[in-house]
Design a protein around this ligand. Structure first.
Ligand SMILES: Cc1cc2nc3c(=O)[nH]c(=O)nc-3n(C[C@H](O)[C@H](O)[C@H](O)COP(=O)(O)OP(=O)(O)OC[C@H]3O[C@@H](n4cnc5c(N)ncnc54)[C@H](O)[C@@H]3O)c2cc1C
Length: 411
């Protein structure tokens, strides 16, 4: 269903949230022939930029800028930075006079169609207001300026970003301790036995990893753990996940789930006519997964931004439901994941965690559902396609890292 006529020069698409999903939607609208106005409204002072390099190249001092390679002037996209959305008043059900209004801290912006792409915001540890968070370019530059040889850095959370910050801090010569409440790294996303294989990387990098204990308090110069121990800390960084940045939608009629994600249908339409959502902030119905998903990864932001543009243009693209993909670069390793596994899926090791590279596969009734590849990009590329196809694997061949995954089909 087209949200807009698609040709009227006066029609205005407003995108709120000038991150990857929003910028991608704007760029694809232009690429695919949208002639009307496009306005991109963002709270940060910067033009849209990429976040993955923040915890990698920016912290490591290899770059100061991660701006997206898009020329908004040439695209004729109006960029309103430093402007925070505070609410919206939906328009009518359609036709003339159907326009809605986005309210911002610098005045109202009228829209004919609106894309909500306000992303996510980092979870804050209660009592740790003094600690650093890593979400924005400014956060990354400020944190980098603190890293120096001998700095005692305590990192709370051994998730994806925690591991990357630990990697960069070690490279800068810091003494790093990572505190993780779960039994092993990445406890929410990976089974403990896979997380334990990753724990060895921390030790190999000279980092102390304290799993199974939470933080009781962050004090000046120290972190007090729930088990009573006190870790000296010159600086503290908290990386315990993120939640949808949708507080500004309260009372607007845009329905949210219990976790605050914007509820959208398979074409990324919200419960309010003419209003779509994409990126970290949405919960979308995934037929592939049999459940509603909120995904906070780069590839989803890119693809859902593009899918939202297709909906706005009324294209007959298939429902939005890609195989999920993300990567992390930690301790000199490239870690990649594709698909989505359930806790009761069968886990199959492909190689040993003692090897330089290995993968793990998740199968259900022999069907490949997901894989994690450590320095095995070919496994990832081939496995991602096999997940897409719902391929059935021969367990013995799939477990042999010498056999290409695409040659490990059953039958
Ligand atoms: C440090 C870091 C490292 C990462 N590394 C990886 C990685 O290696 N691999 C991977 O797959 N993913 C990674 N990610 C995740 C990935 O970057 C995100 O999934 C992606 O950026 C989400 O894009 P988005 O457009 O939905 O949201 P965002 O990029 O968060 O953009 C949303 C924008 O909306 C703005 N905004 C919020 N509220 C308002 C408001 N009320 N008014 C106006 N503007 C508002 C925000 O300021 C922000 O600029 C990383 C994330 C971070 C923070």
């Amino acid at each position: 269903m087209a949200e807009l006529s698609g040709t009227g020069r006066t029609d205005r698409v407003v995108v709120v949230g000038a991150g990857l999903a929003g910028a991608q939607c704007a760029a694809v609208l232009r690429r695919d022939g949208w002639q009307g106005r496009i306005t991109l409204v963002g709270e940060e002072p910067h033009a849209p930029y990429d976040r993955p390099p923040l915890s990698k190249d920016v912290l490591l001092g290899r770059t100061d800028s991660t701006a997206l390679d898009l020329d908004f002037g040439q695209l004729d996209v109006e960029l309103l930075t430093g402007r925070r959305a505070t609410g919206l008043t939906p328009g009518g059900p359609g036709g003339p006079g159907a326009a809605g209004t986005l309210h911002t801290d610098a005045g109202d912006v009228r829209y004919d169609a609106l894309l909500i792409a306000t992303g996510s915001e980092p979870r804050v540890l209660p009592g740790a207001e003094r600690a650093h968070l890593l979400h924005t370019l400014d956060d990354a530059l400020a944190l980098r300026a603190l890293l120096r040889p001998g700095l005692r850095l305590v990192l709370v959370g051994a998730g994806w970003i925690g591991a990357e910050v630990a990697t960069a801090a070690r490279a800068a010569g810091c003494e790093v301790t990572v505190v993780e409440a779960g039994p092993a790294p990445v406890p929410g996303a990976l089974p403990t036995e896979v997380g334990r294989a990753m724990a060895a990387w921390y030790a190999g990098a000279g980092i102390e990893l304290r799993c199974g204990t939470g933080v009781a308090a962050v004090e000046p110069g120290a972190v007090l753990l729930a088990d009573g121990s006190r870790l000296p800390a010159d600086e503290v960084v908290v990386g315990i996940g993120a939640r949808p940045a949708t507080g500004w939608l309260a009372g607007t009629g845009v329905a949210l789930d219990a976790a605050g994600a914007v509820l959208v249908d398979e074409r990324l339409r919200t419960t309010v006519p003419g209003v779509l959502a994409a990126g970290d902030c949405v919960g979308y119905p995934s037929a592939r997964s049999g459940t509603r998903l909120t995904v906070q990864h780069w590839d989803h932001a890119l693809q859902s931004g593009e899918a939202a543009a297709a909906t706005l243009l009324g294209s007959d693209a298939p429902p939005y439901d890609p195989v999920q993909y993300f990567w992390s670069e930690q301790f000199g390793r490239m870690v990649q994941y594709a698909g989505r596994h359930a806790a009761d899926d069968e886990l199959l090791w492909r190689g040993s965690p003692d090897d330089a590279d290995w993968s793990v596969l998740w199968l259900r009734d022999g069907v490949l559902r997901a894989l994690l590849a450590v320095d095995r990009p070919r496994d990832l590329t081939q496995g991602r396609r096999l997940v897409e196809r719902g391929a059935v694997l021969d367990r013995a061949r799939a477990a042999d890292p010498a056999v290409p995954l695409k040659s490990a089909l059953a039958g």
